[in-house]
Design a protein around this ligand. Structure first.
Ligand code: PGA
Ligand code: ZN
Length: 422
């Protein structure tokens, strides 16, 4: 049974405060640290910040106090293996759907630490302890950030991430090696030869252009420099994060000088797909532009992964609606959008049941917590998105997957993990 719950404030990869929770049982303890987004969606579970003078208002002392005073009492004495029962009790104690009263950062902190404590108590690794009865799944294929813009970089480029997916890789370590070679080649094209280029929040390089086509061309050249065939061995993914340049009042997308209506934005995304080896598009439309999403799926959903992040916000009701109307064919899975491990798992399993592709994802604000690596393997997500091959908060997760691959003889999900799946 859970014997104790403690929480404290630590700093994340942007230097901002976040919540770390430790759960103790007689047989072992577990610790989890909550991540934080910058390009957050309106439909996410709500992170609680103090809003006082400390850390520019971004302190999390209230969330930490909520863990100790409100949540610890409902968890202590419960069987640590009862993740579902504990998560329900946490959500009940908060009392709001979006966890805004105590804070999703408080609730997820406890939920994640319980998962680690349960694994420790049984002596099993987390990827095994979180797995269903059938056991853990495949090692995921990574989509790896190479170029960054949007809210993650001081870039002119409004689009957030340009990523590579090493579809030619036969193993997870080979996928990392291929992405490394492409990233290095991109860095050489951007840098001045003497100095490495600066990196953004997720370790991606800031491209010297505001133009998406130019960014894709840079990536294509980098893939060739690295000795791979673009579109065959390495394909591209893009996180447009379009919510953040959408003007809802005038219903326009403000994309590098253009003001596009829905139809023009859909056309623009289709143009990128036709002109470059783009195999996955995330948040190509704003989070509530349902008709735009449906339109894009009608046009390219049979050949390209259309991936909902802000659209779905790892929320079961939004996922169900999106499946119903055909607004995407893949779901980004972020535990702190959902607020508990159980909710996260439910959304991922529902995506799988609909033949959608789940992509387990980090946030732009992270720590060296590597829980999402275990989660992706445990639940057989098939794909993972962590950021670039730089910055230790990213590498902690890539490296955790290398370690899981040593201990566990799972298959590599490979290119088949990408949507469309049927
Ligand atoms: P965020 O970025 O963590 O800043 O939301 C990640 C993403 O948009 O996928
Ligand atoms: Zn995103």
């Amino acid at each position: 049974d859970v014997e104790g719950v403690d929480a404290w404030e630590v700093l994340d990869s942007r230097g901002d405060p976040t919540v770390r929770v430790r759960v103790e049982t007689a047989d072992g303890a577990g610790t989890f640290t909550v991540p934080a987004g910058a390009s957050t969606g309106a439909h996410e579970a709500v992170e609680r910040r103090d809003g006082d003078d400390r850390y520019g208002g971004r302190g999390v002392r209230d969330a930490v106090a909520a863990v100790r005073e409100d949540l610890a009492p409902v968890v202590v004495g419960r069987p640590v293996a009862d993740q579902r029962g504990i998560d329900e009790a946490l959500v009940d104690r908060d009392g709001t759907e979006n966890l805004s009263r105590l804070g999703a950062n408080a609730v997820l902190g406890v939920s994640g630490a319980v998962a680690h404590a349960a694994a420790a108590a049984t002596g099993r690794p987390l990827y095994d302890s979180l797995a269903p009865d059938a056991g853990p799944g495949d090692l995921p294929i990574p989509m790896i950030n190479v170029l960054s813009g949007g809210l993650h970089a001081a870039a002119d480029l409004p689009i957030q991430d340009f990523l590579v997916v090493p579809t030619g890789a036969g193993t997870y370590p080979e996928a990392l090696e291929m992405a490394w070679a492409v990233r290095r080649a991109a860095g050489r094209r951007i840098g001045d030869g003497d100095h490495p280029p600066s990196v953004a929040d997720e370790g991606g390089f800031v491209p010297p252009t505001a133009d998406a086509d130019a960014a894709f061309e840079l990536l294509t050249a980098a893939v060739r420099d690295a000795g791979y065939a673009p579109g065959d061995e390495v394909v591209f993914a893009v996180d447009v994060a379009a919510t953040h340049f959408y003007d809802p009042t005038h219903e326009r997308y403000a994309l590098a000088g253009d003001r596009l209506d829905r139809e023009a934005m859909v056309d623009r995304v289709v143009d990128w797909i036709d002109a470059h080896p783009v195999r996955s598009v995330e948040d190509p439309l704003a989070e509530d532009d349902w008709r735009g999403w449906e339109r894009l799926v009608d046009r390219v959903g049979d050949r390209v992964q259309v991936l909902g992040d802000d659209l779905l916000a790892t929320d079961a009701a939004r996922l169900d609606r999106a499946v119903d109307v055909g607004a995407a064919n893949a779901a980004l899975i972020k535990p702190n959008q959902a607020g508990t491990i159980t909710r996260t798992r439910r959304v991922l399993e529902r995506a799988q049941a609909a033949d959608w592709a789940p992509v387990v994802s980090a946030r732009s604000g992270e720590t060296c917590d590597s829980t999402i690596a275990d989660l992706a393997v445990a639940l057989d997500a098939g794909q993972i998105k962590i950021g670039s091959l730089a910055r230790s908060e990213r590498l902690a997760k890539y490296n955790r997957l290398l370690g899981i691959g040593r201990a566990y003889d799972g298959d590599f999900a490979g290119a088949a993990a990408l949507a469309p799946r049927s």
